[in-house]
Design a binder for this molecule. Structure first.
Ligand SMILES: Cc1ncc(COP(=O)(O)O)c(C=O)c1O
Length: 315
């Protein structure tokens, strides 16, 4: 398969680039029929996928959890992303509008197409996973959100920490979509999930942190959260950034009483969280620690992309 050459957009599907306008998938694909799949969203800078290994590791452990037969190797996925970023002129060559080729990348893996009806009909073991990769020019987090912060509601949907799928990034996102709808109906920016026991879990597409004094606290993996790559980075870099990291169960009241709070994710980065259910968190305004952590993360992303390119520089 070859990339469209007339300025149309491409996606990478099962081995090559195709026109993003489709048609793409067999209608019997289990990802479409049942949300029987996984996805990863990552950020690329200068054509370098940030924390690519961590995203691949999470994707592969999700494949194990769901029993998906992903036959594409890590190297093939890396080549596919490079091919797609180049076709979309988002590979950091400066052809895109941004100076360094920032992009958002999504890898979607589904169990594959199966004609027979049912959850596990005969033949499901023989399926080979469908793999689709999309990319978009990176859209910077809205200045207004950074300046004023995210106002969240608590979703009516509760998270069950005992579910084996609690930390798996499946394409079955109906709960998350409904939580966002709840937020939109309440004129809020996002929703937070609480666990069945009423502890804070995470936001609809981000992990959650609070700053209290010099402590940087986030709910533990047992709070039905996704093990976010940005969360892992924050825990690993907290000390260097003058904070003491802690994974602790948080009650909504503790969130409200914190000095600052923020959300973390690969694409949007670190974004201040200033209110829950109409009540201010801390001062109700983005705080200095959050700003500093966001800047440190953005600098690190830049440094990582530069470092990854260094071996390719001529002597
Ligand atoms: C539910 C949820 N939690 C947390 C995250 C943050 O994960 P990461 O930092 O790996 O992007 C995401 C990212 O998409 C998410 O969907």
């Amino acid at each position: 398969m070859t990339a469209p050459t007339d300025g149309r957009h491409s996606i990478w599907l099962d081995g090559g680039l195709i026109d993003a306008r489709g048609p793409h998938l067999n209608v019997t694909d289990r990802g479409f029929q049942l949300g029987d799949g996984l996805f990863e969203t990552a950020r690329a800078r200068r054509g370098i996928v940030i924390e690519f290994d961590e995203h691949l590791e999470r994707l592969r452990s999700g494949c194990l959890a769901l029993g998906l037969n992903l036959t594409v190797s890590d190297d093939q996925l890396a080549d596919a992303i490079a091919e797609l970023l180049a076709a979309e002129e988002l590979d950091g060559t400066g052809r895109d509008d941004g100076p360094v080729g920032d992009a958002a990348i999504r890898i979607t893996v589904s169990r594959g197409p199966l004609e027979r009806r049912g959850l596990l009909p005969a033949g499901f073991e023989d399926l080979v996973a469908t793999v689709a990769i999309q990319c978009w020019p990176y859209v910077a987090t809205a200045a207004g959100l950074l300046e004023h912060g995210v106002r969240a509601i608590s979703s009516t949907i509760r998270r069950d920490p005992s579910s084996p799928l609690a930390g798996v990034k499946t394409t079955s996102r109906a709960d998350y979509v409904v939580a966002r709808l709840e937020a939109a109906r309440a004129s809020a920016d996002d929703a937070l999930f609480l666990t069945l026991a009423g502890q804070v879990s995470e936001a609809t597409a981000a992990n959650l942190f609070v700053v209290a004094g010099t402590t940087l606290a986030t709910p533990p993996l047992t709070a039905a959260i996704l093990a976010g790559t940005t969360r892992t980075w924050l825990l690993a870099h907290a000390e260097r950034l003058g904070l003491v990291a802690a994974e602790v169960d948080l009650q909504p009241a503790e969130l409200l009483a914190a000095d600052e709070a923020f959300l973390s994710g690969s694409v949007a980065g670190i974004v201040p969280l200033v209110a829950l259910d109409g009540r201010p968190i801390g001062s109700g305004r983005p705080g200095p620690r959050t700003r500093a952590l966001r800047a440190a993360r953005e600098d690190w992303i830049d440094a990582m992309s530069m470092a990854a390119l260094l071996p390719e520089l001529p002597d």
